[in-house]
Design a protein around this ligand. Structure first.
Ligand SMILES: [Zn+2]
Length: 420
């Protein structure tokens, strides 16, 4: 059999061009996608990112790659603390709750589970060790319990976003923190404020800045050098730029081969904005439309292009998904007609078979399955349920001829036959 080609191209945000994908190790891919900050329900912009990278994950697996897919949860952050204070809830409990809600959304959208889903609060040691290493390498400094990354000591700062340091002066619109050596320096560790969650560190009690978590967790799960790092385009600056600076400052061998970024979602042709209340959560959409309609809508546009969400577009996607299911139902109806059966007949047979299996009358249960298979109806056991679908009619004599009697229990043999 001809070997399946594993060659494909990716657009690399670092080089700004399409490149033939070459993994660092043959047959293996390490992929890190920035996850959500879990303080509320996720919006459809999140759905777009994770559906796009789910397709990439599935495609890499389809090509035969062994993929380690890491997607983090930010479970300690200013927004989480603020929201928890508003609701009078413990920040960890709040973020834990919304991690679960996010996972439910991902399951509804039929996104496969990543290999690892690390949470920041479970990786404090890795984060503190990386900050200590960056300080040791002369690229960060501690002031009054805070630790800042020194952008002046990062010669490649701006390599991904194309921004120049002088464009990044934080002092133009906000008061510059006088303790920073350069206004563009950013926090690796934040000294604890009253009432905030805190962890001990060599620089005093506090918590990590946002960017350091992805450098530390990607290095922990994928080492300092790996294949693909992705997220939304809004993460290019400052998040991914800062990640590169930190990772290279901690380890000179740090290298990510492909940076991938998905495009924005607009809502009725305007930028989605939480502050303007111009956004939809995934849950708001999936309460009214099938999650696959949302998935279908999101995948209707190239992942790097902007996509505009509107009720008319989701209606069109919903119609398309309905059409697919409707055709499947017609296919089932025709199969019943060819087999001279009604759906009730099949459901009754399924019930009889279940009872026979419960009573350990396996020859009877196999007979029921074989009879249906001969009429072009295949039974499939999905968990504790049995469902049916059309199949090529299999004559009983053929079933006996085709399956050696001594290999599997008879009821397993018929599964093998009808599922061909
Ligand atoms: Zn990240």
């Amino acid at each position: 059999m001809a070997k399946r080609s594993t060659e494909f191209q990716v657009y690399n945000s670092m080089t700004k061009q399409k490149e033939i994908f070459k993994p660092r190790a043959e047959g293996k891919v390490g992929m890190y996608i920035c996850g959500v900050t879990s303080y509320d329900y996720s919006h459809i912009g999140h759905a777009r990112a994770y559906v796009a990278f789910d397709v990439l994950y599935r495609y890499l697996k389809h090509l035969g790659y062994e993929v380690v897919y890491v997607r983090n949860f930010t479970d300690v952050d200013d927004k989480i603390i603020r929201r928890a204070n508003e609701l009078g809830e413990d920040p960890k409990a709040l973020s834990g709750r919304f991690c679960q809600e996010f996972l439910k959304d991902m399951a509804d959208l039929q996104c496969l589970l990543p290999t690892h889903q690390p949470r920041v609060t479970d990786h404090m040691d890795e984060i503190k060790n990386m900050i200590a290493q960056i300080i040791k390498n002369g690229c960060a400094y501690a002031v009054d319990g805070d630790v800042y990354f020194s952008v002046d000591n990062s010669p490649n700062y701006g390599i991904l976003s194309g921004r120049k340091l002088e464009d990044n002066r934080a002092g133009e619109r906000v008061v510059v923190d006088e303790r920073k050596r350069n206004p563009a320096d950013f926090a690796l560790w934040k000294a604890a404020k009253p009432g905030e969650p805190l962890w001990d560190s060599p620089w005093g009690p506090g918590r990590p800045g946002w960017h350091i978590e992805c450098s530390a967790m990607s290095a922990h799960y994928l080492t300092h050098a790996f294949d693909i790092h992705g997220g939304g385009m809004d993460l290019i600056f400052p998040h991914h730029e800062n990640e590169i600076a930190q990772s290279c400052a901690a380890c000179s061998d740090s290298k990510i081969n492909y940076w991938m970024h998905n495009g924005f979602i607009t809502l009725n042709d305007e930028k989605m904005s939480k502050s303007e209340k111009n956004f939809f959560t995934i849950r708001e959409v999936t309460e009214l439309y099938h999650p696959l309609a949302l998935r279908h809508f999101l995948l209707g546009t190239h992942y790097r292009s902007p996509v505009n969400y509107s009720i008319s577009q989701i209606e069109i996607a919903s119609e398309a998904v309905f059409y697919v299911y409707q055709v499947l139902q017609q296919l089932k109806n025709k199969a019943l007609k060819r087999g001279g059966l009604t759906e009730e007949d099949v459901l009754q047979s399924i019930e009889e078979r279940m009872l026979a299996r419960k009573n350990k009358e396996f020859s009877k249960s196999d007979e029921i399955r074989s009879d249906l298979a001969a009429k072009g109806i295949a039974l499939m056991d999905v968990g504790k349920e049995t469902v049916w679908r059309p199949c090529v009619p299999v004559q009983q004599e053929q079933q006996i001829e085709r399956v050696p009697q001594n290999k599997l229990p008879l009821h397993e043999e018929s599964v093998a036959l009808v599922d061909k």
